[in-house]
Design a protein around this ligand. Structure first.
Ligand SMILES: Nc1nc2c(ncn2[C@@H]2O[C@H](COP(=O)(O)OP(=O)(O)OP(=O)(O)O)[C@@H](O)[C@H]2O)c(=O)[nH]1
Ligand SMILES: [Mg+2]
Length: 259
C-alpha cells in the first residue's frame, strides 16, 4: 500500500483538485498499486472537509474503491502543521506493513502527484527516506518569489554545514517518501519523535531519523515545485518559521534530542 499523508488547513481551494489528481495520475502511472490518501484536516474553518468527502464520493464511483481510499482524520481545532504530520504519520505506521511506503505532501497543489512514483521507485531502489528536492539537477521552481527561494538556499546551506546527511540537500521540503518499516521502527523506539510545534517539524524529522539511525540510506529526486498552481494565500509565517528553525538548530547542536 502506498500511503499519502496530506496535512490540510483551510485548503478548500485546493483539496478537490489535488484528490482528483492523485486518483487520476496514480491510476495512470501505478495501475497496480493500492493507494490510501490520509487527509488530516487540522481544524479548518472553511469547507475543506466537506469538499474532500464529496470529491471522495464521486471518485469512488469512477475508480475501484479497493485501489483508492480516503481516510479522513480531523483535529477538532487548529493544532499546527507538526501535530497534523504526527497524526498522519502515526496513523499510517499503525496500519502499514513493513513493505509499504508512506509519502507526505502539501495539500496546496504546489506538489504534483506525478512525482510520487519516482519517490516510490527510489524507495524500491534501496533508499529509506527520499526527498523531492529543489537542489538536484533538473529541479525547477515555478512562481515562488526570489526572496523565498533565497531563504530555502540559506536554510539548505546552513543545515548541510551543521548537520550533514549524505544524500540530502533539501532539509525543508515536505514532499517525501519513507520506507514504512523504517518509520515504524523509529516511532516505536521513540514515541516522542515529533516534538516540534511549527513548520520546523520537517527539518527536525529528518535530523532525528538520521540521529537515531545514521546508517539509513537517504536520497533525493529533483522537485518540480508548481507554486503557480497554489490557490489561496500562504499559511507559513516566514519570520516565525525562521525563528523556530534557528532555535531547533541551537537545541540539536547543544545535543538535546528530546525537546
Ligand atoms: N495541519 C496544519 N496544516 C497546516 C497548517 N498550516 C499549513 N498547513 C498545511 O501544511 C502544508 C504546507 O503549508 P503551506 O502553507 O503550503 O506552507 P509552505 O509550502 O511552506 O509555504 P507556502 O506554500 O508559501 O504557504 C499545506 O498542506 C497546509 O495546508 C496548520 O496550521 N495546520
Ligand atoms: Mg506549500
Amino acid at each position: 500500500v502506498l500511503y499519502i499523508v496530506l496535512p490540510a488547513f483551510n485548503e478548500g481551494d485546493n483539496v478537490a483538485v489535488l484528490l482528483t489528481d492523485i486518483c487520476r495520475v496514480l491510476h495512470e502511472l501505478l495501475p497496480n498499486t493500492e493507494v490510501a490518501t490520509v487527509l488530516v484536516d487540522d481544524g479548518s474553518s472553511d469547507n475543506t472537509r466537506e469538499l474532500a468527502q464529496n470529491v471522495a464520493r464521486s471518485l469512488a464511483e469512477q475508480y475501484p474503491v479497493h485501489k483508492f481510499r480516503l481516510e479522513l482524520l480531523a483535529h477538532p481545532e487548529n493544532k499546527g502543521l507538526a501535530e497534523a504530520i504526527k497524526t498522519g504519520l502515526f496513523f499510517c505506521c499503525d496500519q502499514a506493513e513493513d513493505r509499504d511506503i508512506i509519502v507526505t505532501m502539501d495539500c496546496d497543489n504546489s506538489h504534483t502527484p506525478g512525482l510520487v512514483p519516482r519517490l516510490a521507485r527510489a524507495i524500491f531502489e534501496g533508499h529509506d527516506v527520499v526527498v523531492a528536492s529543489r537542489f538536484q539537477r533538473g529541479a525547477q521552481v515555478v512562481g515562488l518569489s526570489w526572496q523565498r527561494q533565497l531563504l530555502s538556499y540559506a536554510a539548505s546551506g546552513l543545515l548541510r554545514m551543521l548537520f550533514p546527511i549524505k544524500g540530502i540537500r533539501d532539509y525543508t521540503c515536505g514532499f517525501r517518501a519513507y520506507r514504512a518499516e523504517v518509520l515504524k521502527k523509529i516511532i516505536k523506539a521513540n514515541p516522542g519523535l515529533i516534538s516540534e510545534k511549527g513548520f520546523s517539524v520537517m527539518v527536525d524529522l529528518l535530523l532525528k531519523i538520521h540521529h537515531y539511525d545514521p546508517d539509513l540510506a537517504f536520497g533525493e529526486i529533483p522537485l518540480l515545485l508548481r507554486y503557480d498552481r497554489k490557490m489561496g494565500s500562504s499559511k507559513m509565517n516566514i519570520g516565525k518559521t525562521v525563528r523556530q528553525t534557528l532555535s531547533l538548530i541551537w537545541r540539536r547542536k547543544t545535543s538535546s534530542w528530546t525537546n
